[in-house]
Design a protein around this ligand. Structure first.
Ligand code: ADP
Ligand code: ASP
Ligand code: MG
Length: 423
């Protein structure tokens, strides 16, 4: 008997029929003798619908006081899901109880719309499991120390599931979704993308941080920190398939580089449309300038990603960086009103129609020429590279958004990711 956490995404919870299917699958695991905790997302489209209602009343929902209310609203999607799933489980003859984040509680900081989990009390969960119940806990939401409801950022149910798995010391956390595992890139963009049987934790961390929506980055961080065995698999297989077969399906996030691991130089391609670029033209090229620009940006709680400073001419340089698109307007305002004048910039410019495309692979550590192959393949498609950023196991480029799909397909082909690599 094991303690297992299942997470079901929005599409998997998308209708009462699908919720019934989820309940049948969970009931199968419970009847096989496992203690089960289930973390569902809101039904598909529901979080967008709820946030859309808020937008109808106030188009600019970026202020801190509105963010609190957004979390109040968005968290209800998951509350409906847990109640429905607990009812569906009971209809299957399985004892089940649902909880919201604050009832557990899942304690977070107060960064509304992108809160971080600080701790999870497992007492209530353990008591219910000991009493033979399936425990159904909302994804995506938590509570801060003043009892305000918070949410963990889009895609945050993954993080809830892994954090809960860590808190209860689960034997495994299974992330059920609408694809049957982690692919070399998003199969919606490249139909030839190939499912990976295993992916190293480091590569998964990079893929997620570079925009691959299959797992929220923080869920992978939690898995790494607490060594939670993690697998991504399909919720669309028949619910009554053999449980042992199901337990081995999908993609395992592996913490060890064993000899069975695929040995590709590049394992996957990630892309991110959620960024925007801002540029300060003609700033003095002198010590401290990066700090003078990025200090106030950090103080405004705006995350900065790729940074580029050009060579100087006549003591002046151009300074560009990317931010999340949600922070774009705030970043531009900050640069125009305060930072730009303070550093005597000649001009502030912005471009929200960019994207970042990245190749990822631990094999890049030991191979040279990988980045240049990337650049050649993009140049052959006539795609201009605006910014480049590299680390040990990834190379990212910022390009015009309209070339994103073309770039991803070209790179997938250039690195032969559609072909099985021999172990
Ligand atoms: P859920 O609602 O189950 O959390 P998401 O929509 O958040 O599902 O994530 C699953 C989606 O992630 C897939 O439908 C797929 O389009 C997308 N995706 C992006 N990159 C990848 C990848 N490398 N492998 C598999 N799916 C990916
Ligand atoms: N329902 C939330 C969202 O749509 C959380 C999740 O699905 O993981 O982002
Ligand atoms: Mg998701």
């Amino acid at each position: 008997m094991a303690l297992i956490v299942h997470k079901y995404g929005g599409t998997s919870m998308g209708s009462t029929d699908r919720i019934r299917n989820v309940a049948k699958r969970v009931a199968k695991w419970a009847r096989a003798g496992h203690q089960m905790v289930v973390v569902p997302s809101a039904m598909s489209g529901e979080t967008n619908r709820l946030l859309g209602l808020a937008k109808e009343l106030s188009p600019s929902t970026h202020s801190a006081s509105l963010a609190r209310e957004l979390d109040m609203i968005a968290s209800t999607g998951e509350q409906v899901s847990v109640g429905l799933l607990a009812i569906a489980l009971q209809a299957e003859g399985v004892e089940a109880v649902s909880y919201t984040g604050w009832q557990v509680p899942v304690a977070t900081d107060s960064s509304y719309t992108k809160a971080r989990i600080e701790s999870i009390d497992d007492k209530r969960i353990r008591a219910d499991l000991a009493a033979g119940k399936v425990v159904v806990i909302t994804g995506f939401q938590g509570v801060d120390e003043d009892m305000n409801i918070t949410t963990l950022g889009r895609g945050g149910s993954d993080t809830s599931a892994v954090a809960i798995a860590a808190a209860v010391k689960a034997d495994e956390c299974l992330i059920y979704t609408d694809v049957d595992g982690v692919y070399t890139t998003d199969p919606r963009i490249v139909p030839e993308a190939r499912r990976l049987h295993t992916i190293s934790f480091e590569e998964m961390l990079e893929m997620a941080s570079l925009g691959s929506k299959i797992l929220q980055i923080r869920s992978v961080e939690f898995a790494g920190k607490y060594r939670v065995p993690l697998r991504v698999l399909s919720s669309f297989t028949p619910w009554d398939i053999d449980i042992n077969e199901e337990a081995k399906s999908g993609t395992l996030i592996s913490f060890e580089e064993d000899e069975n691991m695929e040995q590709a130089v590049v394992s996957g391609i990630a892309f991110n449309r959620d960024e925007a670029k801002v540029t300060l033209l003609g700033v003095p090229d002198k010590p401290g300038i990066a700090f003078q620009i990025l200090g106030p940006v950090a103080e405004a709680n705006i995350d900065v990603d790729v940074i580029i400073q050009n060579v100087s001419q006549d003591g002046k340089t151009d300074f560009s960086f990317t931010v999340h698109r949600n922070d774009y307007q705030r970043a531009i305002e900050l640069l125009e009103k305060t930072v730009g004048p303070a550093v005597q910039a000649a001009k502030v410019m912005g471009d929200a129609k960019i994207c970042k495309v990245s190749i990822v692979g631990i094999g890049m550590r030991s191979h040279v020429g990988v980045a240049s192959k990337m650049f050649r393949s993009l140049s052959e498609e006539g795609i201009n590279i605006q910014m480049i950023s590299t680390s040990e196991i990834k190379t990212s480029v910022v390009i015009d958004e309209k070339y994103m799909e073309l770039a991803v397909r070209a790179l997938h082909k250039a690195f032969e990711l559609d072909q099985e690599v021999s172990a």
